[in-house]
Design a protein around this ligand. Structure first.
Ligand SMILES: Nc1ncnc2c1ncn2[C@@H]1O[C@H](COP(=O)(O)OP(=O)(O)OP(=O)(O)O)[C@@H](O)[C@H]1O
Length: 865
């Protein structure tokens, strides 16, 4: 179809070529020929002046510049596009008529000089051939012949139909490839729809505008008025485009893969190198290492079970790559096997005289303890084995339990290793973790053996009473096997999984309190009690061990510094109350520090004034300040209602227990305070009941029918309220405090007591007598009232303490009262019509027979022992 027309021409530059059915955006700038701008100026003004400018359809022709013109890029050099004679030497001969859909103008401030610029959107309608240029001023105008496509190809033209089909098919292929390039799905869907609903010629133009074509190819398509030819050509070009896109996609993914793989390999190699470096391996480090391990294992002379396990694991190791995690696990296991002292042991020195000497050198006093240790060693020497009970030192902190253990190892010439069991709550800490756990290790015992480096060390199990148990198992039961001489020759740690012989190890345990040691464990041990030191002993320990040690530790000259005896005693009495010697050592250290400062100052001042090294009581006071402990007992007990009990603390040391009772108006209620356990509360109830039932005899009331607690409440408080207290041994002291309260008489000063009271007033024996007496002695108590049946326990109390204290042995509470009050219980009672000594008294239906007091002075005691 041909049509003739005169159209204003807008030239377009490479690469823009308008095709029918396509919308093109063209920018006309100030550098374009003025003729174009003038045309656009006119169109723009026309649109502005019309009422509804948007609806004015402006038909123009879009003709590309010939390519060679374009290459100059210099519009000024461009001559007129065609001549009036119809020559079109600079413009292409073919173009497309189009509708201007939008025209936007921008006018900069200097537009008068530089001109305006436009952006226009044109929709292509049909091809034309430029017949001739009609005019070139003020804009180009050309006479053109239009060529329109047929709506659909002729039905009889099979070839044409085949090409149309072909075109649509490659169009769909293109859409598919484009969709992989992540073009928006809506665009792809629109494209597919257009391809199916638009005439084939237009589809060809549409596809041609979408693919990458050179300018020449675009011009070729532009002039193809023969639809069949155009279809052929576009099918070719689209196919080419599809191939290009596919290849580029493949290239891209293979490049990506390649980079990913190389990068991964690089990272892995880096890691491998870092691991090898860390392990100190060269490339064939694995084999060297296995060889080395094999040699060490054969040198360790493993017993059969262990040797079998080792060769099994070495075989596994050889099959593994050294970068595997499992390799490290097996290697560590083999290291353990190689390093344990399976057959290495130190020579024993079972010389009892030498052992005695060593114990005496390291520790002052402790005679019974040392004797027991020597007996133990003598038996071991004769029997030539270590089967027998395990020694367990029990006593308060700082009395030398640990250092005795070390001393025994020295005496025997054995290696010493200490395992602290305080707070151990997991069975695995004793027996190890199975190797299946990540980070598994052998338990404390095997670790100790490895550290000691011999199969016969002395292993001290410190604080065995502080073992706890929870859901992770019971460490005490794991220790049973360790400490049982019948079983410990085949002790199997979970980690090693082969038996290790512990029968040559000398185990010694320490504890503060034997009551909290689990029963079965205690059963395997022989308890040796170290009760705590008297002032005398502390003084001697300080003089012989602590002072020389601290003088050396502070860099002082032992020949100049000299603590006199009074000074050391003063430190012990005025600044310490504990059973052990740790705080004594601390106080001595602080005196040494102050001496060190004085000596250092003297040196700096160049010898101005000689500083003396003599330490006397005055110097102690200067260094330590005011005394920490004074005569608190006398001060606290000089009022009625207060008695001093003797208690046994959880750390195994004895201590004083003050009991304060008071009364006030009320309804006969007994108030108890001071963190008390059930047993001590019951003791208080019993004491009150006994006092009430004996009120007449005690002279508290004359009227048998009168209730002592009528309109009265009693409050008993146990000071040091933060410390929990329990046990029956405070019974006598509570009773005494109540009687003191009701009678209004203070208890004798410097008197302390212990013993359980029954409802009938009997005094029953209690435990920890030695520790309690020592505590009383440290607190400068002069009289101690004890249950009669505890008399035998006094044999353990050191001689000098026995000399300082008067003991009263009581069978009943009446004996206690006689000793506790200056006048005895009967004085006030007699005043009020009480009974004479030795009489059988009937009170409230209960027969009370006063057995009489047994007051034992030290001389008498000695004759008994
Ligand atoms: N009889 C003694 N002779 C010489 N030094 C002693 C004596 N008793 C204790 N010591 C010294 O007291 C310090 C504390 O002793 P050690 O650590 O053995 O106490 P411990 O009873 O094991 O205490 P804990 O129960 O707190 O472990 C050590 O320096 C030790 O040498």
């Amino acid at each position: 179809m041909e049509d003739h027309l005169i159209l204003p021409i807008i030239p377009t530059a490479n690469p823009k070529v308008l095709l029918p059915g396509i919308v093109l955006r063209v920018q006309v700038t100030r550098t374009d020929p003025r003729e174009i701008t003038q045309l656009l100026d006119q169109i723009w003004h026309r649109r502005q002046h019309s009422r509804n400018g948007k609806h004015i359809t402006t038909l123009v022709g879009c003709v590309p510049w010939k390519d060679e013109r374009q290459e100059t890029h210099n519009p000024s050099k461009r001559g007129a596009p065609g001549q009036n004679d119809g020559s079109t030497s600079e413009l292409f001969e073919w173009g497309v008529s189009g509708r201007i859909l939008e025209l936007a103008r921008s006018m900069p401030a200097d537009a008068r000089i530089t001109g305006v610029s436009y952006i226009l959107t044109i929709e292509g309608i049909s091809r034309f051939k430029v017949d001739r240029m009609v005019k070139k001023s003020p804009y180009y105008e050309a006479a053109v012949t239009l060529y329109s496509d047929q709506a659909e190809p002729n039905e009889n033209d099979a070839q044409m139909q085949a090409w149309a089909l072909n075109l649509r098919s490659v169009g769909h292929d293109l859409a598919l490839v484009l969709s992989r390039l992540q073009l928006p799905p809506s665009v792809i869907a629109h494209l597919r729809k257009m391809m199916d609903s638009t005439p084939a010629g237009q589809v060809a133009d549409l596809l041609a505008s979408m693919i990458d074509l050179t300018f020449a190819e675009k011009l070729q398509i532009l002039q193809m008025t023969d639809v069949k030819e155009r279809l052929k050509r576009v099918v070719e070009l689209v196919n080419r485009q599809i191939q290009v896109l596919k290849i580029s996609q493949e290239l891209q993914s293979s490049v990506e893969n390649k980079i990913g793989k190389t990068q991964r390999e690089y990272l892995l190699r880096q890691q491998l190198e870092a691991i090898k470096k860390e392990l100190g391996e060269n490339d064939d480090g694995g084999t060297d290492e296995i060889h080395d391990l094999e040699q060490r294992i054969s040198a360790a002379n493993l017993p059969k079970d262990a040797a079998d396990a080792a060769s099994r694991e070495i075989k596994r190791l050889k099959r593994m790559h050294s970068s595997l995690a499992e390799y490290q696990v097996v290697r560590t296991y083999l290291e353990w096997l190689a390093e344990l002292p399976w057959n290495t042991h130190s020579e024993d020195n079972m010389d009892i005289a030498r052992a005695r000497k060593q114990l005496d050198e390291d520790h002052y006093g402790l005679e019974p303890v040392k004797t027991r240790i020597l007996e133990y060693l003598a038996v071991r020497k004769l029997k030539n084995d270590l089967k027998g009970p395990i020694l367990c030192f029990v006593g308060p902190p700082g009395v030398g339990k640990t250092s005795l253990g070390r001393s025994i190892a020295n005496a025997l010439g054995r290696k010493f290793h200490r395992i602290s069991l305080g707070g151990v709550r997991d069975e695995a800490e004793i027996r190890g973790h199975r190797r299946t756990y990540i980070g598994a290790m052998p338990g404390n015992i095997i670790q100790g053996a490895r550290r000691a480096g011999v199969s016969n060390p002395v292993i001290l199990l410190d604080e065995i009473d502080k073992l706890t148990r929870d859901v992770r198992g019971d460490p005490a039961s794991a220790l049973l096997e360790v400490l049982d001489p019948e079983q410990n020759s085949t002790f199997t740690d979970h980690y090693l999984h082969v038996p290790f012989d512990l029968s040559k190890v000398l185990f010694i345990a320490t504890a503060n309190d034997s009551d909290t040691i689990p029963g079965p464990l205690l059963d395997r041990m022989e308890v040796i009690r170290i009760p705590g030191y008297t002032f005398e002993e502390k003084h001697n320990i300080a003089k012989r061990y602590l002072v020389p040690k601290q003088i050396e530790a502070h860099g002082l000259d032992a020949s100049i510094v000299n603590f006199n005896d009074d000074a050391l005693m003063k430190v012990a009495v005025g600044w310490t109350r504990e059973a052990g010697v740790r705080s004594l050592e601390r106080e001595i250290a602080s005196i040494c520090r102050s001496l060190a400062v004085e000596f250092a100052n003297q040196k700096e001042e160049g010898g101005g004034g000689i500083v003396s090294g003599a330490v006397d009581v005055e110097r102690v006071r200067q260094a330590l300040g005011p005394e920490k402990f004074d005569d608190e007992v006398a001060e606290r007990t000089n009022v009625a209602g207060v008695a001093v009990g003797l208690a046994w603390t959880a750390t195994g040391a004895g201590g004083l227990l003050f009991i304060e009772a008071t009364q006030m108006s009320g309804k006969g209620v007994l108030h108890l305070t001071g963190q008390l356990g059930d047993v001590i509360k019951e003791s208080a109830q019993i004491a009150l009941t006994w006092v009430r039932s004996n009120a007449i005899t005690l002279g508290i009331t004359r009227n048998a029918s009168r209730n002592v607690l009528e309109n009265v409440d009693v409050h008993i408080h146990f000071p040091a309220g933060a410390i929990p207290k329990d046990g029956p041994s405070a019974g006598v002291a509570i009773t005494t405090a109540l009687i003191s309260l009701f009678r209004g008489k203070p208890v004798q000063s410097q008197t302390a007591m212990t013993g359980e009271v029954t409802l009938r007033g009997q005094v029953l024996p209690v435990g920890g007598i030695k520790e309690k007496v020592l505590a009383a002695h440290r607190a400068r108590i002069k009289r101690v009232i004890l249950p009669h049946r505890n008399e035998k326990d006094l044999a353990d109390v050191p001689q000098n303490v026995r000399e300082d204290i008067t003991f009263v042995l009581a069978k009943t509470i009446w004996d206690v009262l006689d000793a506790a009050f200056l006048e005895g219980w009967k004085v006030r009672g007699a005043e009020k019509g009480g009974l004479e000594e030795g009489e059988v008294r009937k009170d409230g239906g209960i027969s009370l027979v006063r057995v009489g007091q047994v007051e034992v002075g030290d001389a008498e005691l000695r004759s008994k022992l």
